[in-house]
Design a protein around this ligand. Sequence first.
Ligand code: ASP
Length: 341
Amino acid sequence: MMKSSHPLSIGLLTLIILMTSTPRMQAQQNLASKPRFAIILHGGAGGEPDKWTEQYKQARRESLGQALDVGVKLLEGGGSSLAAVEAVVRVLEDDPMFNAGRGCVLNEQGEHELDASIMDGRNLACGAVAGVKRAKNPITAARRVMTDTRHVLLSGVGADKFAESIGLELVSADYFITEEQRSAWKSWQAREADRKKGAQIAQPRYLGTVGCVAIDSQGNIAAGTSTGGLMGKRWGRVGDSPVIGAGTYAANDTCGVSCTGTGEEFIRHNVAADLSARLRYANQSLSAAADTIIQKILPDDCGGLIAIDKQYNIAAQFNTAALARALADSSGRREIRLARE
Ligand code: ASP
């Protein structure tokens, strides 16, 4: 028969273990018990950082931080990268400070047309919507295209009808179009009229497309992007954000990526899929591949991307003056940046 140990001796043993384990060992034990994850989100490329007020920068950082916290909480609790990406993008869509969902930019006719996509790196499942006008959260409509249909991309009235048919929340133009974007559109229209008369005026770049990439404790990678597109875009124009392989891509054996910038260039250069292909076929590192595409292949002042690879490395690259972004991982790293600071 085993002799039962005296309660005092167990207490003494625990005390000795506690006293002899170093802070480093304790930190390692804590890390081992927490789900491993990495997450990065963006709030668009472009803008003129020199003109931003402290108040504007603060508000933007706060919004990015709040969205990041939603994703981190989910991943820390063992949630999936797909759930985190959708939740983060929804927060940013609901925030009028970004060009996605509420607060989106307007097309040449002063109307909103929203694009979004999402991809699951486990099995290359993906879904997207283009030119939607009623689905409150286009990223959720995109996710449901992925899970509830045999298609990848639904557009226009059909996409909104699909959202309605599965009971997603629908809203009207008043919800999406803010006073700020209405007046930005009026300025755009005035400048456009002057340009047509021959004036040499450059249209400012309107930032604020949103995206998120995450990897969870299972090593599953997901990516999503949502946008109102480009200010003054032609009616019916679709950018890169809902195009899988251009604005969004995710594959567990390589990486996840979400892009932002002049969509036509990202489609032309197949940016998101190219990043993944460089890892797969050329064995490039995530940062080297992102750097080559953004700094050497794309035209200058065109945009940027955020990405995470299967080793939980995080990358952000841009060739514009700014890329609003926030990132975190399970080692405790947390960063929020707006430009090249
Ligand atoms: N890429 C988006 C589009 O072309 C816009 C952006 O990212 O700012 O629709």
